[in-house]
Ligand binder design. Structure first.
Ligand code: ADP
Ligand code: MG
Length: 244
């Protein structure tokens, strides 16, 4: 994958199991967000293929791709709620656009999703009236409004204090456990990686390819790759400061 002549990563080969929390990790600039864009249909790979089940995603007609993405939800790094809309309006928007549900039905689903993320009763609040952690939760409520099979997160805990980040991790685990959602997360937060990751890949920014594909806790215990080790033991093993 890359931009024009600029190759970001090559020879990536991995599978994501249904119901797993799958972590895409690596140093800043290694290509995590680029890979996510390729997986969600925002950017075509320079070569190679992406399969959802048996469907070859990038060979499919754009309308089929869009259809396939209806079954997924996305939470971006900077939440990106519409500041001029209440939480209820933000979360209800997709339902308004893509379903034939009436206003009352939409409000019911919105309230249900808000309560799932711990924001019951916040329907009428505006993004500027709530904390960063609450904005993330609201953005998460919006991402799950269509009951997605797959949820994508790009650096979900970026900008959060450690306690809010932990409770977001707990929430992600809860969602997976209660709804069976497959979750693909881009992050370099070690606490999240070890707390919630079932499986992971490590993108090596210097080698421009993936050098590990494993349960992160197992990688930590067993990997002998120095770059992977340095990444997973930041500040604990050796004195080398990782550039992040
Ligand atoms: N639209 C773009 N055009 C050209 N290069 C880009 C673009 N977006 C990202 N890049 C470059 O691609 C590399 C990977 O970026 P990115 O996927 O954002 O990394 P990460 O999310 O791991 O920090 C970086 O060198 C970045 O500068
Ligand atoms: Mg990124």
């Amino acid at each position: 994958m890359g931009y024009g002549d600029f190759i970001v990563m090559r020879d990536l080969n991995f599978s994501v199991n249904r119901g797993d929390i799958f972590i895409i990790m690596g140093a800043s600039g290694c290509g995590k967000s680029t890979l996510l864009k390729i997986l969600i249909g925002l950017k075509r790979p320079l070569s190679g293929q992406v399969f959802y089940g048996d469907s070859n995603f990038w060979e499919a007609h754009p309308s089929e791709r869009e259809q396939m993405m209806r079954g997924s939800g996305i939470l971006y790094q900077y939440g990106a709620l519409w500041s001029s809309m209440s939480l209820a309006e933000n979360i209800g928007l997709t339902l308004q656009r893509y379903t034939k549900l009436n206003h009352r039905q939409i409000q019911e689903i919105v309230s249900l999703k808000l309560s799932l993320v711990g924001l019951a009763g916040f329907e009428g609040y505006y993004p500027s009236n709530i904390s960063g952690g609450m904005k993330k939760r609201a953005a998460l409520a919006r991402a799950i409004v269509m009951d997605p099979d797959i949820l994508f997160f790009d650096e979900p805990s970026a900008g959060l204090d450690p306690i809010s980040a932990r409770s977001l991790d707990d929430l992600i685990l809860e969602l997976r456990d209660s709804m069976g959602t497959t979750i693909i997360i881009v992050t370099h937060e070690l606490a999240s990686i070890f707390a919630i990751g079932d499986n992971s890949i490590f993108l090596d920014v210097d080698l421009k390819t993936m050098t590990a594909s494993e349960d992160p806790n197992r990688l930590l215990a067993e990997s002998e790759n120095p770059t992977v080790r340095r990444f997973l033991t930041r500040g604990k093993e050796g004195a080398v400061e990782e550039k992040l």
